[in-house]
Design a protein around this ligand. Sequence first.
Ligand SMILES: Cc1cc2nc3c(=O)[nH]c(=O)nc-3n(C[C@H](O)[C@H](O)[C@H](O)COP(=O)(O)OP(=O)(O)OC[C@H]3O[C@@H](n4cnc5c(N)ncnc54)[C@H](O)[C@@H]3O)c2cc1C
Length: 457
Amino acid sequence: MYDLIVIGAGAGGLTSAYTANGLGKKVLLVDKGLPGGTCTWSGCMPSKALINIAKDVYAAKKYSSIDLDTAKVMRDVRDVIEEVYSHESPEILTNDGITFRKGELIKIITPKIVLVDEVEYQGKNIIISTGTSPFIPPLEGLDKINYLTNQNLFQLEKLPKSMIILGGGAIGIEMAQCLNRLETKVHLIERSSRIFIRESEELVDILSKTLIKEGVNIHANTTAVSVSQDDGVISLNVETNGVPKTIKAEALLVSIGRVPNVTNLGLDELGLKYNRKGIEVDDHLRTNIHNIYGVGDVVGPYQFSHTANYQGILAVKNIFLPLKKKVDYSDISWCTFTSPELASRGLPDPKRKETKIYSYGRSDSDRTMTKKGDIFEMRVETNHKKEILEVKILAERAGELISSLQIAAVNNLTLDKLSPVIFPHPSYSEIFGALGKKAYVDKLLHNPIIQLIKKTT
Ligand SMILES: Cc1cc2nc3c(=O)[nH]c(=O)nc-3n(C[C@H](O)[C@H](O)[C@H](O)COP(=O)(O)OP(=O)(O)OC[C@H]3O[C@@H](n4cnc5c(N)ncnc54)[C@H](O)[C@@H]3O)c2cc1C
């Protein structure tokens, strides 16, 4: 009898398994594929590998002409996948004390029995972390053509000369920019009035202009109507503001959302509740069946590797430790790895009062000015105590930069406390010194004693 059976060996499942293993529990981890999940095989790691290469190529091309070999590019991307996988292979898991089983059909038979192909395994607790798959829209003709999703994109032998990307969300935008930099002519199709509809309009507008300047064709307000493929050419019929047109390319990438992996797991027979967004869990990540928990993308609401990790640790602690904790996403952070990167921390709250937004631009960052044309935009919201609330940064390395404010915020360090910190010059982080000093002065000006002195003099 296992203490815990984890279904799905992606970010959420691996973290759950390792956390339980660390608590001295007997763990079985099962998956229909190899360990690693989306992040390793078709998500974060290969996409960032491709982005890294595209960045180097783009920078090199500014000062010289280069002969790009995209077959080598794709081989290097797969080398990255292999390196990541080598740290989470079944052999590594076994050495670390976690039993791993791969099976074609994995089904929860009862709340304490999981079937892996023909073999039944007993567990006191179960965590479901089966992730998501790409949403394939009911687009006329799509089922008759060879299209790409994140699941086969990184397996291409070489990059196509042109590509239509359906969907202007994080994946679509990251891929649009990097493929364009790698000499693929890109058409990015977005149904809404602008790309990246969920992010700050002001900052996305700047990012869109960057993509367009680099050569990405953004078709906003554009709905895909039908698609066909003839002699290696894909023709996508669209309507832009109601006007029909046809866009042609060598390849089509579908990236318009994700659907939870909830089928064939035996959930209906068990009576385990789920909806179209995924498995339903309470604040403790517990499903409606008391010893079955859910973590990661299959649960949501934020589909990131780091939230899957966070949930994995929390669910395991809630299962095995006496003190139960609720999920709290108020300090969440995330980043879209375009150039410049767009990073965020904290969630909006319209009920907040007496807040102030500190705004900084390119001319405030000496480091940014060392690179011609680079963008730097930072917005930091604080309350009257100068606690750090929402932050948005659009800049090179914004994903790293935001982490400093993330550490400060999570540890209740107010913004003014950054004032005396000496940062290296010229680093991107130097901006935090300026930000801290401004917050310090503002806090001082709002101090009742200072206000009284001001009034009486
Ligand atoms: C192109 C792309 C880029 C991304 N970039 C980033 C990024 O930069 N940063 C970030 O934080 N996130 C990124 N993400 C999201 C990130 O990959 C996911 O949030 C993360 O992988 C979720 O982990 P998970 O464990 O919930 O699911 P997954 O990693 O998807 O793992 C689920 C596992 O369950 C298995 N499984 C599924 N169904 C069954 C079944 N019926 N039986 C048994 N096993 C099953 C699968 O084989 C898989 O191994 C990206 C995603 C994509 C697609």
